[in-house]
Design a protein around this ligand. Structure first.
Ligand SMILES: Nc1nc2c(c(=O)[nH]1)N[C@H]1C(S)=C(S)[C@@H](COP(=O)(O)OP(=O)(O)OC[C@H]3O[C@@H](n4cnc5c(=O)[nH]c(N)nc54)[C@H](O)[C@@H]3O)O[C@H]1N2
Ligand SMILES: Nc1nc2c(c(=O)[nH]1)N[C@H]1C(S)=C(S)[C@@H](COP(=O)(O)OP(=O)(O)OC[C@H]3O[C@@H](n4cnc5c(=O)[nH]c(N)nc54)[C@H](O)[C@@H]3O)O[C@H]1N2
Ligand SMILES: [Mo]
Length: 696
């Protein structure tokens, strides 16, 4: 009754809607949106939701500005100029859908695998993510996409070690005595973790940050270990060495809960701090001091993030780090252990059949890795792949949603050449004319989070969060699910599942932990999980024990980077600087780059470089520089500062190419070689050289 009243209440009476931040961020905030007359008058973090705690980041507090942005795509667009130029005319939905359906049907009749969906986490929602889209592509028999661009190295490593992507409850870090923030810049990209770490610090905890960059987070910790990129595995092995030789091990916990320690123990004994110091660019004393702190402080907690796994050995390093709290028995305490991702905790509450895999009807289409889209768009039918497989049909059509691959995928030269193929039929569902949309044959206007239904899991906390539409869709925009529904109808797909509307999808997406109506009322629900999940073992492996030695892959080891001064000295003679490209604080990957107020804070694409590295190259703060290697070059502005350590430079954030200094961004320089596990890109495993740009 109350729900009906609310829906029919006059538009000018303010009403509040429970929402969820849709972005790819561990925080997945619960939001309250107050609307009057179909306008947002207030958007705030839900004060009752424990981790959001009433606060939103700078970016998302401007979400209404993004939704009402003057440059939003509000009508279907059809390309008129050459690919990449971004010239379009408005067309009707009927014209766009009829033409797209005809083109896709034509290709599907010959080779359905020549059609490739390309999507990632522009929204993390279960409905507007793969909900209806997966049904559509399953029915079509299109190629499947291996969604590896962010977290699959660390994710697969956790699955191999613990059995799933599970970890501590984030709230419990407040009670830790030692917090190790490892490969993570909490203040920039996991903001709601930071007040929890501060609460621990006020209560006397020590904070350590392990990051090549002196980030805004690192400078606020008690200790900062500025190791060289990709050397975390060596550091973890040396910490193990110290735990063993000083006997800071919990033998009882190891005995009962850890498999394969004897082999790993032997390996770790070869990793003295002296040996690791050469790999890590730290002193042996720094490593000993850290190991002692870790070995002797209880409860000790590690907040690992994905920054450290974007290198060749990222999977192995994650395995080694994930084993540390098992060796010290830190898991016995609710404030001990580690958290990389909480995503696995949601699996029992998610409907894993939401995408109706049975529509494949026995077909097993090939899989294309999103991280090698640059190479794969340029491949011919039947081409032999480096791993011995055969490519299958050339990609003839791409349907892109929730992603901006032209900006975010590695090795841009290849990526843009692929997207510029005149024989490639590209459809992009978007809010804005991104670099990717500029390459589309059709751009279809998608709704934003304020205009559609969704339900969200999180990878940084353990609450399910709901999102109800607050506004009517702007212009002619439609939700992703609605667009795939309409395409399915045009293609003549008759399965009843193609009739489910967005609210029905939201209801189907989850199975508890509270009834859907209750979720709507409160906005979020905590998963029913034990407080200290592994105090007595019970890891989600087959036998409940942690794995050092994994069948088929063996023991974890340190794998040096593909590209570094130590591992590739020949290459380093020409390109002596290691470049990482972590997030810019005011962007979210490439999202928000077009929001002027946020771009104004970031100012321009920058490369941080240390004073001596700059001086030997005649580079002064504020100079325009050319960053280059054999793969490409990137123009940006040098910031000579103490955030960079010698030998390492930072190309911050994923700028839209068209906002860059000469239409490039940092991915001109990155490569498509994959990580040791998870088939992920090694964005932060990249050598470059820098010089002052010639001033014209
Ligand atoms: N503001 C903002 N927030 C974001 C994002 C964003 O773009 N902007 N991105 C979101 C996404 S997609 C993700 S996946 C998450 C997590 O995204 P991540 O990419 O994990 O980002 P951070 O947590 O900031 O961790 C990156 C940190 O790792 C450091 N790092 C780089 N290489 C190494 C290394 O070899 N070893 C170690 N120890 N550290 C290294 C970087 O200097 C950086 O400070 O954040 C999300 N949150
Ligand atoms: N060099 C370098 N490259 C990187 C990284 C790095 O650290 N360094 N980070 C990597 C990481 S961690 C990630 S996760 C990837 C991220 O790569 P992407 O997942 O491509 O993320 P975004 O760049 O944020 O682009 C998401 C797009 O989705 C759109 N979108 C949002 N919501 C919706 C919706 O409801 N419907 C539709 N149709 N569209 C929507 C947004 O407008 C935006 O353009 O980038 C990777 N690339
Ligand atoms: Mo990511």
């Amino acid at each position: 009754m109350t729900a009906i009243l609310a829906e029919t209440a006059p538009l000018d009476v303010p009403r509040t809607v429970q929402a969820a931040c849709p972005h790819d961020c561990p925080d997945t905030c619960a939001m309250r949106v107050t609307v009057q007359g179909d306008k947002v008058i207030r958007l705030q973090g839900d004060p009752d939701h424990p981790t959001t705690n009433g606060a939103l980041c700078t970016k998302v507090s401007r979400y209404a500005e993004r939704t009402e942005h003057a440059e939003r795509v509000l009508n279907p667009l059809k390309r008129v100029g050459p690919k990449g130029e971004g010239r379009f005319v408005e067309v009707s939905w009927d014209e766009a859908l009829d033409d797209i359906a005809a083109r896709l049907a034509g290709i599907a009749a010959r080779a359905p695998e020549a059609i490739l969906p390309y999507s990632y986490a522009g929204t993390m929602g279960m409905v507007q993510g793969e909900g209806m889209a997966a049904r559509f592509f399953n029915q079509l028999g299109a190629s499947r996409l291996d969604r590896t661009i962010c977290s699959s190295a660390g994710g697969d490593a956790l699955a191999a070690t613990y059995g799933a992507k599970v970890g501590m409850h984030v709230e419990h870090f407040a009670e830790s005595r030692l917090i190790v923030i490892w490969g993570s810049n909490s203040i920039a990209s996991n903001l709601h973790f930071w007040p929890i770490a501060l609460a621990a610090r006020r209560a006397g905890a020590t904070l350590v940050c392990i990051d090549p960059r002196r980030t805004e987070t690192a400078e606020k910790c008690h200790h900062h270990l500025a190791l060289t990129p990709g050397s975390d595995g060596a550091l973890a092995l040396a910490v193990m060495h110290e735990l063993i030789v000083n006997d800071w091990l919990d033998h009882d916990y190891i005995e009962r809960q850890v498999d394969g320690w004897a082999g790993l123990r032997e390996r770790a004994l070869a990793w003295t701090p002296e040996r690791a110091s050469v790999e890590c660019g730290l002193t042996a004393a720094q490593i000993r001091e850290f190991a002692q702190l870790y070995g002797l402080t209880s409860p000790a907690a590690i907040r690992l993030n994905y920054g450290m796994q974007r290198v060749r050995g990222g999977g192995n390093a994650t395995r080694l780090i994930a084993l540390l709290p098992c060796l010290t028995g830190a898991w016995r305490h609710r404030a001990g252990g580690m958290l990389l991702s909480s995503g696995g905790w949601f699996l029992p509450f998610r409907n894993l059949q939401l995408g109706h895999p049975e529509l494949l009807a026995g077909r097993t289409p090939r899989t294309v890795n999103m991280s090698t889209i640059g190479d794969d768009l340029l491949r011919e039918t039947g081409e032999a792949l480096p791993d011995g497989r055969v490519f299958g049909p050339r990609i003839e059509a791409l349907v892109v949603y929730n992603s901006n691959p032209v900006a975010v995928a590695p090795q841009s030269r290849q990526v843009t050449s692929g997207f510029r193929r005149e024989d490639l039929f590209t459809v992009v569902l978007e809010h804005f004319l991104t670099d990717t949309a500029d390459h589309a044959d059709y751009v279809l206007p998608a709704t934003t989070q304020l205009e559609h239904w969704d339900v969200h899991a999180s990878y940084g906390h353990t609450y399910l969060v709901i999102n109800e539409p607050a506004l009517t869709p702007r212009g002619q925009s439609r939700s992703n699910a609605a667009i795939f529904r309409a395409l399915a109808q045009r293609m003549g797909f008759t399965d009843a599942c193609f009739e489910d509307d967005d609210e029905a999808l939201a209801r189907q997406a989850i199975n508890g932990p509270v009834p859907f109506e209750q979720l709507r009322e409160i906005g979020w629900a905590k998963l029913p999980l034990p407080d200290a999940p592994f105090a007595d073992g019970g890891f989600p492996t087959a036998d409940g024990r942690v794995k050092c030695d994994v069948p088929g892959i063996g023991l974890p080891d340190y794998l040096p980077p593909y590209e570094s001064v130590r591992s590739s000295p020949e290459l380093a003679r020409r390109f002596p600087l290691a470049m990482i490209s972590p997030p810019a604080r005011n962007f979210l990957n490439s999202t928000f780059v077009n929001v002027k107020s946020l771009r104004a804070i970031e100012q321009e694409p920058v490369l941080e470089i240390e004073a001596a590295d700059a001086a030997t190259r005649g580079i002064a703060d504020g100079d325009e520089v050319r960053v280059f290697n054999d793969r490409g070059e990137y123009r940006c502005v040098a910031r000579v500062n103490e955030r960079a350590r010698p030998g390492v430079v930072h190309g911050l954030g994923v700028w839209w190419r068209k906002f860059g200094l000469d239409g490039t961004n940092v991915n001109e320089l990155t490569h498509q070689r994959l990580t040791d596990m998870g088939r992920a890109p090694s964005f932060y495993d990249c050598l470059v050289e820098v010089e002052r740009a010639e001033t014209a």
